[in-house]
Design a protein around this ligand. Structure first.
Ligand code: ZN
Length: 412
């Protein structure tokens, strides 16, 4: 009997030890190097309404944006590229499916052409915004954190520089700070995105007509004098912007928004103004529009903020499509540099009206991202592509023999 009692006591002690070890590993395993936490870091339960089951046909306003026969493409005069930073397929799905039952009718799913984009870089399966934007600004994959230079450090020509040299007006509108990686990759060439001095100088010297973005503390007085010398009218609010003549080069520097890591007025207010400014050029224009909150919200695993960001992209896209439908010579591309957060809806019974959402990480993922296209040439953007294929296909459509290319441009 004594032996049995010892065995029993041993089992008890062992169970207790295992329990304590598991608790310690769960709580501080990360620091000790053997994480046992589940990979799912954030689980949200959110109320939702069932989406309409008889989905109305696509808005007839945009019927003319369906790609015409590939054999007889309309010439492309303008190109508008919209980037949702971090806006992967999971983000689009969660944001729009949860909004479907509210009666809001998004235009993102009405885009006539869709493709999927792979985003791995020259040194990592998971990209940052620098290498991601470099890929679709230049047609080259590079290492993370680099802007429009190759993995071996050579400057490469950007879409924006090419468009400018074709005689087109150019514009950048971002809800991030103006010299953040995505906008900077279109107009600056640096080894590391943190070289803010060089990025600012190069962006202000790139001959861009419209520059709208957050101040972010990177525009001291001497920078603003450089901008004025380069012909920019500086504005700090929508009111000041309204007073600027359409013909002027304009630098809009905004304060941070109340809320979350975004700067300036909402995109649906800014985009029409940028379009009016750019559309004066008889040779057409190139406009880059970036929404940043989708990335920040993904990093914070905040469903509400992510949805707000996606819906801002959607509302901005509506103003763009209205312009494109009237103009008929504008190619519209919507994509993301990468996914952030790895979000998914894992349960959504209509009956109890509560959806369960899971985020996979506080960082970026290597998920393929969406590419949506409308207007002349849109048909070229189907299938699965690399992020570098986007400018390369565009170059073919535009008939550019000299793009992509190495470049001597903008060496600081
Ligand atoms: Zn990010």
């Amino acid at each position: 009997m004594t032996v049995l009692r010892y065995i029993w006591r041993g089992v008890l002690y062992l169970s207790f030890f295992i329990l304590v070890a598991a608790a310690v590993a769960f709580l501080i395993g990360d620091q000790l190097g053997f994480a046992v936490k589940p990979t799912v870091q954030t689980i949200d339960k959110v109320p939702f309404s069932a989406p309409p089951l008889d989905v109305p046909a696509a808005d007839t306003t945009y019927a003319r944006l369906h790609p015409p026969a590939v054999t007889n493409p309309t010439p492309i005069r303008n190109v508008i590229m919209i980037i949702g930073d971090g806006m992967g397929v999971g983000q689009l799905t969660a944001a729009l499916d949860l909004a479907a039952g509210t009666g809001y009718r998004p235009v993102l799913p009405q885009m006539p052409v869709a493709g999927l984009v792979r985003t791995y870089t020259a040194d990592n399966l998971v990209t940052d915004s620098g290498a991601g934007a470099t890929a679709f600004a230049t047609g080259y994959k590079t290492v993370n954190r680099r802007l429009s230079k190759t993995a071996t450090g050579q400057s490469v020509r950007t879409l924006l520089e090419q468009m400018r040299d074709e005689g087109k007006a150019t514009g950048i509108v971002t809800t991030s700070y103006l010299i953040d990686a995505t906008p900077a990759a279109f107009a600056a060439h640096v080894d590391h995105r943190g070289e803010t001095e060089a990025v600012t100088t190069q962006m202000l010297n790139a001959g861009i007509t419209v520059l709208f973005g957050g101040d972010g503390g990177t525009f001291p007085e001497n920078r603003l004098r450089d901008a004025t010398r380069n012909g920019y009218t500086l504005v700090r609010s929508l009111e000041e912007l309204a007073a600027v003549p359409d013909s002027a080069r304009v630098l809009g520097l905004w304060d941070e928004r109340e809320g979350f890591e975004s700067y300036g007025p909402p995109l649906p207010d800014l985009v029409p103004r940028a379009l009016a400014q750019l559309d004066r050029d008889p040779d057409g224009f190139f406009l880059l529009i970036e929404q940043e909150q989708t990335d920040g919200a993904g990093h914070a695993n905040r469903l509400d903020l992510m949805q707000e960001g996606v819906l801002e992209v959607d509302r901005a896209l509506r103003t763009v499509l209205d312009f494109a439908a009237a103009d008929e010579q504008t190619l519209v591309l919507v994509t993301a540099d990468h996914d952030t957060g790895g979000i998914g809806i894992v349960q959504g019974y209509y009956q109890n009206g509560e959806a369960e959402i899971r985020w996979n990480t506080f960082s970026h993922t290597s998920d393929w991202v969406p590419l949506l296209a409308a207007g002349p040439g849109a048909a070229a953007f189907t299938g699965v592509m690399d992020n570098t294929d986007i400018p390369r296909r565009l170059a073919t459509l535009m008939g550019w023999a000299n793009f992509p290319a190495l470049s001597a441009e903008a060496m600081p």
